[in-house]
Design a protein around this ligand. Sequence first.
Ligand SMILES: NC(=O)c1ccc[n+]([C@@H]2O[C@H](COP(=O)([O-])OP(=O)(O)OC[C@H]3O[C@@H](n4cnc5c(N)ncnc54)[C@H](O)[C@@H]3O)[C@@H](O)[C@H]2O)c1
Ligand SMILES: O=c1ccn([C@@H]2O[C@H](COP(=O)(O)OP(=O)(O)O[C@H]3O[C@H](CO)[C@@H](O)[C@H](O)[C@H]3O)[C@@H](O)[C@H]2O)c(=O)[nH]1
Length: 459
Amino acid sequence: MKINKICCIGAGYVGGPTMAVIAKMNPNIQVTIVDINPERIAAWNDEDLSKLPVYEPGLADIVAETRGKNLFFSTEIDKGIDEAEMIFISVNTPTKTYGKGKGMAADLKYVELCARNIADVAKSDKIVVEKSTLPVRTAQAIKSILHNVGGDVNFQILSNPEFLAEGTAVEDLLKPDRVLIGGESEGAIESLAKIYGSWVPDNQILRTNVWSSELSKLTANAFLAQRISSINAISELCEHTEADVTEVARAIGMDSRIGPKFLNASIGFGGSCFQKDILNLVYIARSYNLQAVADYWEQVIILNDHQKRRFSDKMISTLYNTVSGKKIGMLGWAFKKDTNDTRESAAIYVTDHLLNEQAEVAVYDPKVRKSQMYTDLNYLNTRSEEENEALMTVHNDPYEALKDTHAIAIMTEWDEFKSYDWQKIYDIMKKPAFIFDGRNILDKKEMNKIGFEYSSIGK
Ligand SMILES: NC(=O)c1ccc[n+]([C@@H]2O[C@H](COP(=O)([O-])OP(=O)(O)OC[C@H]3O[C@@H](n4cnc5c(N)ncnc54)[C@H](O)[C@@H]3O)[C@@H](O)[C@H]2O)c1
Ligand SMILES: O=c1ccn([C@@H]2O[C@H](COP(=O)(O)OP(=O)(O)O[C@H]3O[C@H](CO)[C@@H](O)[C@H](O)[C@H]3O)[C@@H](O)[C@H]2O)c(=O)[nH]1
């Protein structure tokens, strides 16, 4: 099928950047991104590109180049579906917070709503592409909905999971390691492959069956997260043995079978994907009664929770077993650098733990909005919104946040933190001045020379 018009349902961290790059690389295809959230669409349409709802290096330039030409953002979902030959479903698939599978399974209600919406509106044949991360065999459910509600319109369903990482989304989209397309219909697969083919070499466009494609996405995230939990487990052992986790990571990473990437010990992984997708994998394994498989992958999450917890526990024990009434400066709230996304960020959990111990937390992050930080904390429901506002302050200036603090916790590896005037920071802190570097970004010797009590992960 020749594709002239694409519609993407979901203008989020995946839909926005992915479609912007598809539009840039395919100037003859009209791409419309639709969403039920009018504020989000208004932000994507904002003249002021600094107000785009997703911050990603390089994204604003691509939006500036394509928006209004062949890239459009709209709340008119039905119109978008009706006009397009190919529809991407790129809505959120969070962990269920209710009912069967609560806390484990992916909540597919938004995906199902999209399928029903497409079935209701479509008057001509469509290729429906699963872009959201979905449990293996979801395409079956989408197919069943489309075929049972959709009259005599012909639907082809493809799985095309997205592998971009936040903070490097544009780079990842422009130079993907691979593009994965799972499907039954060769024609539909090739229609989508042609779109990617305008910038991705054909040997990097992998064609598989639908189920392999769906399962590969969960598996890729499980393997990546497993590497982080593995090195984080070793980091704790390093702290007891005078081994240095950075040296260990370098030593093992030079084995070409292991490779050097994704071996940075940290405060624990965050982000909207790893935890959600592994919990989903565990849930799926249990649903097939594969207990050993489920237990194996669940351990990745258990270790990650342990890593976050032991970081705040170590802060408290080092600060003479009490942080009550002490001001703690927190550098970074985003789950990693170069993004404004805070979903599942370790900073949220560490702050909550410190507030339970009656600390006062003063936060600075270069890209995350104050309102988002309070939303994240309030979502945990640990204490009232008023209490959270009284105990946690948010600052636009890092030096102001760090003034009169007893300790600093580095939660995100933002580059700018490395170039701060650490002598000046030392001077404005209470003494002894402690730094807990959850990202291993500062130089221990330099910090000790200034006078800091410095501790990091796995050293
Ligand atoms: N964030 C990432 O880096 C990333 C990377 C790869 C894959 N994924 C997967 O991609 C999917 C989307 O993730 P995201 O981070 O973009 O989510 P997101 O929450 O940023 O965006 C989802 C958007 O979908 C919209 N939406 C929900 N239901 C809708 C409906 N019925 N009609 C129209 N719009 C609707 C929401 O309003 C929201 O704007 C998830 O399945 C996620 O697991 C995410
Ligand atoms: O060596 C490392 C690498 C990462 N992290 C942390 O792990 C989390 C996730 O990082 P990253 O994977 O870079 O970002 P995401 O945007 O969550 O991307 C992951 O999740 C996406 C959503 O499914 C996938 O598309 C990507 O391929 C996959 O990398 C962050 O908190 C990082 O700080 C570490 O602690 N150590």
